[in-house]
Each structure stands twice: as structure tokens, then as C-alpha cells.
Ligand binder design. Structure first.
Ligand code: AMP
Ligand code: MG
Length: 415
């Protein structure tokens, strides 16, 4: 059995980014830039006003103050979107609104609040500074300048910046298509009646939500009973469809746990089976070369217990998805936030496995605390539902003392 850290590094070094594709602005959110982005024009595009006010020439308002104001005729009104007149005639003012072109001859825009306008004239009550309230052409970016490097994940702010460049599409890495396959003859869909011995399927919903949180939008849900030929058929369907196949359950040593055997029969190369972690020991990872499509696909088998399924998703599958989407350092980069916190009660375990203890991380008196949630068994979802962090209980320790400083990860489903 390999360690938790080894498992993460095998996944990290095996999984490769998906090819790039040109994608429309509306679809970019959450994707990762495949190329650096350059300014296609100066930003701002032209000198424009930062406020509503009056555009003046410095020479015309020199020495203005409340005692001796300067009065100028307002000869034109300039609004955002107007192409603007050529220049400002001497000894006049333009009324100018936020975002309007600042024409030649206007050295400053005085805020409306600092002027008095009456009968077509404006009284200027103080001398402005040169350039006051003018946003200069190119002051943020000059045409051709690099704005964003490749590898940036597109946030709402990045979408806005890209849109301001005027292009309708950009090169980003593809997002993986995903198949989520539940296994088990005991599973019934919520909304249907249960017969004795059956339980509700929670994993397919939880894992779909986890994929949604990462922006996956092409997802095929599949299910199969504990039956060899059905397992062959359904896993085969998943492998044919998806860049990433995630099955859940059917991996333990039971007589009806066919998943690993069938993956291998279908040509999946096993890279990981069983990891020294808790929850999640019987987790599976492999690669599959899809001959017809000539592409490498990745395969995860997660344990069926709902906490194990979600914790292994978050710790092992999520970094793989982010890497497929083009984020280079999905595991060790800035996307995981590690914290040190004071443990609120003693934790014990036997040595040999890294334990990911569900916890609430909170501050009290300026200190960070980690409170393990109750219900740590791998079938008890409540403890995970209330947690916002995972304490990393190292493989070779057997006790973490109350009050000691422990390492924890903020539980983040989104990145
Ligand atoms: P398995 O990994 O198939 O041996 O399943 C381990 C435990 O998880 C069993 O108690 C299953 O009933 C349960 N389980 C498996 N799949 C699901 C699922 N989709 N939703 C809820 N519980 C499940
Ligand atoms: Mg099962």
C-alpha cells in the first residue's frame, strides 16, 4: 500500500493538461488560459473623464478661489459615447460626464460638486491640478503589452478584463468530460420508495455537485448493479465517453466487487490501488488509452462509503481535474490553503495511515482553532457536511494532543 503523499504525487505527475480550444467569453469562467493575453489596444482607449464636472484649460482658471471665482461660459455638453468636439475654445468650459472623451485643450475636469452652474455659465471656485480627474489613454495597458500570463484561471474579474479587450473568444484548456458511475444493488434514487435492505444513493448527487463546483458541465451519470456483465457494460460506456471516469463503490474485497477486475479487463492500466489514508483506503487510479480517439483518459475508483467518496474526490480527484483543466500546480500551488490551528481535543489513531479528520476551523481570541466534528466514521456524512477543514493526522503519529498546533487544509470544493 502506498502513502497518501505518494498517491498524490503519482496522480500529479501522470495527469496532463487537456488540449487548448478557442472558447467564447460567455463560457470562459472557471477555465484556464492556454496562452498569454496581450492588449489589442491601449486601455483606457482614449483620455476620458473620471467624474461628472467641467472641463477647463488651466490657463483660463489660474488663481481661481472662493473669494475670486472664475466664470466661464459652458459651450458644449459631452456625454459618454459622444465622439466629442475637436478642442476647447479659449475662455470656455465644457460640461463633461464620466466616461466621455476629454478633448484637446481640456487640462482638468473639475468635479461638479466644486462648481456653481447658472445661466449657461460655470463658476470655478478653485484652481485645479493639471490632469485632475482625467483617465489617460494607455495608463493601465499599452497596446501589445502582456496583460495575463498563460495558466491563469478565469475569475469574474478576468472575464471582465478579457471582455474589455474587445475579442469575443480566447484560447483556454478544455474541461474534461466526466462519467460518474455508481455501483451497488442496494441503491435507490431519492424520491422513490425504499424496500427492505435498500438505501438512498447519495454519492451520485454529491459527486455531481463536486464536479459542478469545479465547473464541469459535460457529465454522464451511469449506474450498475453488482453484476459482472452489467459492470463490464457500464464501465465500458464510461470509458468510451469520458476524459475522466469516476466510479464509486465495488472496490473492496467482497465477492461482488468487480470494479478493479473489469477496469483491467477493459484495458485500464492500474497505477494505484489502496492508499494508506483514512477515509479512502481502497481507492483506485489508472490510465486508459482510448485507441479510436487516440487520447489518454484517467480513471478513478472511489470507495462507496459517502465520506470516503467525497474526501478522496477532494484530495485526489479534484487536483487531477484542475490539472486537466490546465492548472499546473493544482496540488501544491496556491489553490490549497494550508493553515496551522490549535487542536480543541485530543485525537488518537493507530499508526500506518494518514487520517483526514473533518473539522470546524474557527478563530477565538485571535487564534485559529480546529474542532474535530462528531461522527468521524466513513458512513457518517453529517460530520463532513458541517466541516470547513480537514486536519492532517500524519501517517506515523498515533496521538495529537489537545492544545497542540496541527496542520489542516481549508475544505474548498471550488479550487
Ligand atoms: P462499497 O464500496 O461498494 O463496498 O460500499 C461501501 C458502503 O457504501 C456500503 O455501505 C454501500 O451501501 C455504501 N454506498 C455505496 N455506494 C453508495 C452510494 N452511491 N450512495 C450511498 N451509499 C453508498
Ligand atoms: Mg458496493
Amino acid at each position: 500500500m502506498i502513502s497518501y503523499d505518494e498517491a498524490r504525487s503519482i496522480i500529479q505527475s501522470t495527469v496532463q493538461a487537456l488540449p487548448k480550444t478557442r472558447t467564447r467569453l460567455e463560457k470562459l469562467h472557471g477555465m484556464v488560459l492556454g496562452e498569454p493575453v496581450q492588449a489589442t489596444h491601449d486601455l483606457p482607449l482614449f483620455d476620458n473623464s473620471a467624474v461628472d464636472g467641467y472641463g477647463v484649460s488651466l490657463a483660463d482658471v489660474r488663481g481661481a478661489n472662493e473669494g475670486v471665482p472664475v466664470s466661464l461660459p459652458v459651450v458644449e455638453e459631452l456625454r459618454a459615447g459622444d465622439s466629442g468636439p475637436d478642442n476647447l475654445p479659449t475662455n470656455t468650459a465644457f460640461k463633461i460626464f464620466t466616461g466621455a472623451v476629454v478633448p484637446i485643450g481640456v487640462d482638468a475636469v473639475i468635479m461638479r460638486e466644486n462648481c456653481i452652474e447658472e445661466d449657461g455659465r460655470v463658476r470655478i471656485l478653485r484652481e485645479p491640478k493639471a490632469g485632475e480627474n482625467i483617465r489617460r489613454r494607455g495608463e493601465e495597458y499599452l497596446r501589445g503589452q502582456e496583460i495575463l500570463p498563460a495558466g491563469v484561471r478565469v475569475s469574474p474579474a478576468v472575464v471582465g478584463l478579457l471582455a474589455s479587450l474587445g475579442q469575443a473568444s480566447f484560447m483556454v484548456h478544455k474541461k474534461p468530460t466526466v462519467a460518474i458511475i455508481t455501483t451497488g444493488s442496494e441503491l435507490v434514487k431519492p424520491g422513490k420508495a425504499l424496500s427492505p435492505g435498500k438505501i438512498y444513493d447519495s454519492n451520485s448527487y454529491a459527486l455531481k455537485a463536486a464536479c459542478d463546483a469545479l465547473g464541469i458541465d459535460d457529465l454522464l451519470p451511469l449506474s450498475c448493479r453488482e453484476d459482472l456483465s452489467e459492470t463490464r457494460k457500464v464501465l465500458g460506456l464510461g470509458l468510451d465517453f469520458a476524459d475522466l471516469v469516476i466510479s464509486v463503490g465495488g472496490l473492496s474485497a467482497g465477492d461482488h466487487d468487480y470494479v478493479k477486475q473489469v477496469y483491467e479487463e477493459l484495458g485500464v492500466k492500474t497505477l494505484i490501488y489502496k492508499v494508506a489514508m483514512k477515509p479512502g483506503k481502497p481507492v483506485y487510479f489508472g490510465t486508459f488509452m482510448h485507441r479510436r480517439k487516440n487520447k489518454m483518459q484517467y480513471v478513478f475508483g472511489l470507495p462507496g462509503n459517502p465520506v470516503s467518496a467525497l474526501v478522496t474526490f477532494n484530495q485526489l480527484v479534484k487536483p487531477a481535474i484542475l490539472k486537466m483543466m490546465g492548472l499546473e500546480n493544482a496540488i501544491y500551488g496556491q489553490v490549497v490553503s494550508h493553515v496551522k490551528a490549535k487542536l480543541s481535543r485530543e485525537l488518537r489513531k493507530s499508526k500506518g495511515r494518514t487520517e483526514l479528520v473533518r473539522a470546524v476551523i474557527s478563530t477565538s481570541g485571535g487564534e485559529l482553532y480546529a474542532h474535530p466534528t462528531s461522527g468521524q466514521d466513513s458512513h457518517m456524512l453529517g460530520g463532513l457536511a458541517l466541516a470547513n477543514g480537514l486536519i492532517l493526522f500524519p501517517q506515523e503519529s498515533d496521538v495529537l494532543a489537545q492544545g497542540s498546533i496541527v496542520a489542516a487544509e481549508v475544505l474548498n470544493w471550488y479550487s
